[in-house]
Design a protein around this ligand. Structure first.
Ligand code: 5GP
Length: 114
């Protein structure tokens, strides 16, 4: 199943890309919930990784968190702190079914989240 994120990977629709390597693409969320709000996604939708359910995500998850560390430094939020979020499924509030990690920073985060 193709999603809007596949179109961003394929450059069929525009996005403000902040980081890319052979496995990972990261771009600014179109509806930012914080001064820094970046989505980090694997390029391998062909592997049908839609959400956190299921096994065999370990390698790609590690690569996504490697990207978090690089991007947090680049965005100047590594020292002040940030939040990472995976929304999973209906109760998790997931809208786009292509695995993605939210990186949020640049303001004080609230807890508990809504
Ligand atoms: P979810 O709710 O699935 O965890 O997060 C999906 C995120 O994708 C939302 O924060 C939403 O604003 C973002 N999003 C949806 N469509 C687009 C788009 O076309 N471009 C960008 N840059 N972000 C999008």
């Amino acid at each position: 199943m193709s999603t809007i994120f596949s179109k961003i990977i394929n450059r069929e629709i525009p996005a403000e890309i902040v980081y890319e390597n052979e496995d990972i693409l990261a771009f600014r969320d179109i509806r930012p919930q914080a001064p820094v709000h970046i989505l980090i996604i694997p390029k391998i939708m062909i592997a049908k990784i839609t959400d956190l359910n299921g096994a065999e995500h370990g390698e790609i998850l590690a690569k996504m968190f490697d990207a978090v560390n690089i991007i947090a430094k680049n965005e100047g939020i590594a020292e002040s702190g940030f939040r990472t979020v995976f929304n999973c499924g209906s109760d998790g509030g997931q809208e786009v079914f292509h695995l993605h990690l939210h990186l949020l920073g640049g303001r004080k985060m609230n807890w508990p989240p809504g």
